[in-house]
Design a protein around this ligand. Structure first.
Ligand SMILES: *Cc1c(COP(=O)(O)O)cnc(C)c1O
Length: 506
């Protein structure tokens, strides 16, 4: 065959030893020395976390150096890139890996998880599927997770970037399984509107997923909650009946196993029964709460979750793994595949060769090229054992219980929601008889000052009109003393803010 033509230069045999480039290092020994230094530094930084500020805002010159750097057309060397990382990036993160980080719901990451990420990047496998060990590692991890969650043997799953994507995929399977027509081919335009139900405490992914799936965010029916922030079952039944009467087609109920605000768990067994009765899909968002299944002592708090048609949860929150890793499990593997599988000639399966076994993961979600997220899970489970995670979760629960008790003991602090699992919501109420409006301003300021002190990463939320400090404990580095320190700092700063605002008013 003749090379070239069409304006390209012909390549002759004498050209077969040209100076072609690669991105591999020219000097492997120099690269090895640099790489070892990176690992050594990383380990030292992790070991010294407690001596570092929990969070600090990147200084102006650092922000400028990052945001105003011209596109580097010529290389500066790997050593220079690493020096810039050390100086500009490493010290200035959100702080979630710190022992005193309990803001929003974020995990710490683990050293073995970080090393596994590096190893995964080094072998760089493509996790669409195919006949390779990484495929079998992910598949085995999914089976382990299904076993831990108590899902049936027919379940299949896929690892995702996080809970949002896992929940979206679960709802996509629900849409396909319950629409009653070929929604993938026909779309929704010519059909009766489909409705989905969740409590008013559902995470924001749900509205976004409804929007993206073409169902429409207004077709997500927001059902009120009881005093424990659990879905009101009578109101749910009523809304389903009303919607049917109005000619709409209910397809699914989303149950919360740990709401993002307060950690509330809906009555999952009752929801499962209701879904069976009404022939609706039962999806459970167990982003962090589902992990209670790992603890024999606390698993009963999320009883009923194993009856889900689809279950989404994160492994980068309460399994402490480095971002990103979430998971969705679908009880009926056939329904899972039917919602996503498609055929393309360039991906044709075969009985032999690299694509033997097919692209099983491409058939269970939206992405084709996927990284090897399973390795950090597989190695973490093998290194620590499942029981270590069970004990960590129980430790986090005990710490949250301690904080709740301390809040109740301090007359100047006030619990704002019943503690469910690992989330404690409270506020500083001081000695005065200030109304909610003043206390909301005071506690907003308190959250900011706690953050800016560099001592704690905490966040707040609004609960029935009252602003709360919200402590979500998915931290494997926290000690009981850290929670005691939080109580003391809250009292001290709360008192200071109160005094300042009184001085300003007089
Ligand atoms: C965090 C969270 C999500 C979203 O998961 P991401 O991993 O952040 O995408 C969904 N639901 C609940 C209850 C959560 O706590």
């Amino acid at each position: 065959m003749e090379a070239g033509g069409h304006g390209e230069e012909a390549i002759s045999r004498t050209d077969l030893n040209p100076h072609e480039r690669t991105l591999d290092p020219e000097d492997w020994e120099a690269f090895r020395a640099l790489a070892h230094r990176m690992v050594d530094d990383m380990i030292e930084q992790t070991r010294a976390l407690r001596t570092q500020p929990a969070w600090q805002s990147p200084p102006a010159d650092v922000k400028r150096a990052i945001l105003e750097e011209p596109l580097p057309r010529e290389g500066q060397s790997a050593g220079q890139a690493y020096a810039d990382y050390l100086h500009l990036v490493q010290p200035y993160t959100n702080g979630n890996r710190h022992p005193r980080a309990w803001g929003w719901v974020r995990g710490n990451g683990t050293p073995i998880g970080a090393m596994a990420e590096m190893l995964a990047a080094a072998i760089n496998p493509h996790l669409g599927g195919g006949d390779q060990s990484p495929t079998y590692v992910e598949e085995r991890c999914l089976q382990w997770l299904a076993q831990v969650m108590g899902m049936p043997a027919t379940a299949t799953g896929i690892l995702t970037s996080g809970g949002t994507m896992a929940n979206l995929l679960g709802l996509a399977v629900a849409r396909h399984a319950k629409a009653g027509f070929d929604v993938r081919a026909e779309g929704l335009a010519a059909h009766t509107p489909l409705t989905v139900y969740a409590s008013s405490e559902a995470h924001m992914w749900a509205g976004n997923a409804m929007d993206l799936l073409g169902l429409g965010s207004s077709r997500l029916r927001s059902i009120p909650v009881d005093e424990n922030f659990r879905i009101d079952l009578a109101a749910l039944r009523l809304k389903i009946r009303e919607d049917r009467a109005a000619g709409l087609q209910p397809i699914a109920v989303i149950g919360n196993a740990g709401t993002v605000n307060t950690g509330a768990v809906d009555d999952l067994e009752a929801l499962a029964a209701l879904c069976r009765e009404e022939e609706l899909w039962f999806h459970v968002d167990g982003a962090f709460g589902a992990l209670l299944k790992l603890s024999p002592r606390h698993a009963s708090l999320v009883r009923g979750l194993e009856q889900a048609d689809s279950l989404a949860f994160d492994l980068h929150k309460w399994m402490y793994l480095p971002f990103e890793i979430g998971c969705v499990l679908v009880a009926n593997g056939e329904e899972h595949r039917a919602a996503f599988a498609s055929s393309a000639s360039y991906l044709e399966g075969a009985k032999r060769g690299i694509l033997a076994t097919g692209l099983i993961f491409a058939d269970r979600g939206l992405e084709l090229t996927r990284g090897f997220k399973a390795l950090k899970l597989w190695m973490a489970l093998k290194a620590h054992g499942l029981n270590a995670f069970s004990e960590m979760i129980e430790q986090n629960m005990a710490q949250a219980r301690y904080l709740e008790r301390r809040v109740l003991e301090e007359p100047e602090l006030e619990l704002l929601a019943p503690r469910s699992m690992n989330i404690v919501c409270f506020r500083y109420r001081g000695r005065g008889a200030a109304g909610d409006e003043l206390l909301n301003a005071l506690n907003r300021e308190l959250v900011l000052r706690l953050q800016e002190s560099g001592e704690f990463v905490v966040s707040g939320t609004m609960l029935k009109g009252r602003y709360a400090l919200r402590i979500a404990n998915t931290n494997h580095r926290s000690r009981l003393q850290d929670f005691e320190d939080l109580v003391q700092w809250s009292l001290k700063l709360g008192c200071e803010i109160e005094a300042e605002s009184q001085a300003a008013r007089t």
